[in-house]
Design a protein around this ligand. Sequence first.
Ligand code: ADP
Ligand code: MG
Length: 676
Amino acid sequence: MNCQTDTPLRLLKGVGEVTGNKLAKLGLLTVGDLCGFFPRRYEYRGEVVPLADAEYGVLCSTVLTVCSPTKSGMGASGVRYLKVSACDESGTALLTFFNQPWLEKSLTVGRRFRVWGRVKQNGYSFDINSPELEPYSDTLPPVLPVYPLTRGLTQQLIRRVVPAARPLMASLPDVLSEDIRNKHGLLPHGKAVEAMHFPESREELEKAKHSLAFEELLIFQLAVKSLRQSLIRHTAPEMSFKNTGIGRFFSSLPFSLTSAQQRVCKEVLADLCRDVPMCRMVQGDVGSGKTVIAAAAMLFAVKNGLQCAIMAPTEILAVQHYKTLSAFFEGFGIRLELLTGSTPAAEKRRIKQGLKSGEIDAVAGTNAIIQKGVEYKALGLVITDEQHRFGVLQRASLADKAGGLTPHSLVMSATPIPRSLSLIMYGDVDLSVIDELPPGRQPVLTKCVGEENRAAVYKFLGDQIRRGRQVYIICPLVEDGDDEASDKKSVESYKKSFDKTLPGVRSLCLHGRMKGKEKEAAMRAFADGEADVLISTTVVEVGVNVPNATVMLVENAECFGLSQLHQLRGRVGRGSERSYCILLTEKAGDRLDIMCKTGNGFEIANADLERRGPGDFFGSRQSGDMHFVHADVLDMPLIEETKLLAESLLKAGLDETLQGAVSGFFARLESANIFN
Ligand code: ADP
Ligand code: MG
């Protein structure tokens, strides 16, 4: 059959309704979809070793000839088995198959197979249990792709279907010019895609991966940089130091700023006085005091006759910002409002009206505050807090909210990451780092413990609660069964057993499946001391401030990224009392060890980045937002190489193909709904 990009997979031979539906579940509807469905890993079956050289118990490929008739039988537990001897020049192996009676007729003496399995030496011969067999021929593929599949789909099936797309792959149009490809040693796009599915060798596969990663990073950087460039052509609302009373604001604070805070404040206020929109990120560890910087910038903008919006990722955090800022702004005549998804309709209408007329100076909220339908009289500054996401497009969507001018944009992040990575994660932002904590902070005592310590842990919690302290308990799941086949703790059932274990202790649940109002009520009750224990998912991860809470207990701590654990730990140690972080896990090991050794977020971030991918690093919440299929965002040399190329390409002007690729990138981001 002659396949086109839009040929439905259902028309292919061997794809019936059932299989078609399963493929559709993977997003595979057409032959074209198959081109972009990349293998998860590869088996290098062409690298054949003699039996005698096989490493014990490690998957490897051998070529063996059946040298005795099969024997079949039934094991004690009712499992049917099939045994056959097969040999190469270096030795003989006993192959055992379970519940695969149909193999018997092909395992005839003298037939050769390529055998993929774990070879174990057993006296003078070898054992291989449940190997995979391919009838030997010298045209067998040297590298076998392994696809990411859902239940009910086999690798065999997908490997049989994918070749239908092969001619299409080869003819995919190029993204990069021949000149660039030659200079950087890259394969043509179509060739690279084809090689990902049908690699002829390890070398070719590596080259294909490299080529696609290069393209991906280059397009990304082109997109991010052209966005920034277009921003420079925008004009920001005017501000100056005249009559802002910003000095009085600083002297009104109950503390003096650390020198890091002073430096960052200066950088931010200087940006606000330029007519180019600010595009800056403030990075500072948990507790480094980012909020006061936000407050200073907001006050500055409002006193310059402009409006501000501060945006938090969760309602809980938005409410908290609203309260903290209200306190900071007391006596400065700033009309600040709170607007979230659960603000009552009438109230919402009033606030929207006030923002439009200019009666309201500033608004704190979730991203409800920059959505369509919210108009501002003169929006001068947008602050995004704890936004571990691409703020790239979000910023672009602000342009029309300031009467044709583009508001300044400030992003606050508690995740300290290297510059090159922040470029990838957040786009082309200027960076200010608060590299100092306010004086007098006590480190949070941190311990990893196993299940055998549970009783002692609960006794400790009980002691703390009797002393009037409060406790956070974090579980990875909301309800039992949210993650099949795991015994991870869930908030709901944890509460039941916890309440039985510590009767008389007042506990509350908090998780993302609760309604905004319920969440807020629970959080407020905990903050007001009406509950001793808050059993929660990571929704409390960011920003929440309850100074009387002194214990953070994390269940199944191994499920969380280090940076996430560090954020969670940052919820305690906010008052004057000694605070504790207990990581309950059966998999302590050196990954979690660093949590016990240091309280420095930069150190933890670096350790985490080195050890694991950024997907883990940013926790599951963020990894889904990174749209890199091929690129390893920790590949700093490649990031650097593509960054330089992106800069020079932009300087020379993009050709039509690249322009199209960049637009395609934005379209994909938009359809992935990064905005909301
Ligand atoms: P984060 O950077 O995690 O957002 P916050 O802005 O919430 O940190 O600040 C944490 C706490 O430290 C707050 O209670 C805040 O009032 C206080 N704080 C901020 N700056 C200072 C400072 N220079 N000296 C003392 N306390 C400070
Ligand atoms: Mg904060």
